[in-house]
Ligand binder design. Sequence first.
Ligand code: AMP
Length: 116
Amino acid sequence: MIYDDNNIFAKIINKKLFSEIIMESEHAIAFNDIAPKAPIHILIIPKGKYIKYDDFLNKASKKEVYDFFLLINRLVKTYNLEDTGYRLISNAGNDGNQEVPHLHFHLLAGQNLGKM
Ligand code: AMP
């Protein structure tokens, strides 16, 4: 599969589309999901062109991968979620019902999220 340069998250990275950016690092961005499914619903994306998790791990540098997961951990700390908990999800491909073909993790929190 070829990366689609016109996907919504590519436009957010290139600042062609507005988003509520919460936190940014050298290689990643975190912003609010436009249709939140929980009181806290943040999307974390790498700035590089990666379609989904396996694409990211296969192609990105270790620095990019570490930076990405560190940003998620910074969010966990900032929102004090260590004790109350949270859910991390990354939908991939057709069976995962991935809507936007740029890797993203959903960070959901702020209430009991029920069973998966
Ligand atoms: P997924 O089904 O995992 O690909 O999730 C895509 C997510 O992107 C959904 O939760 C959407 O609500 C969210 N989304 C789509 N467009 C935007 C946007 N412009 N800004 C923020 N979130 C968005």
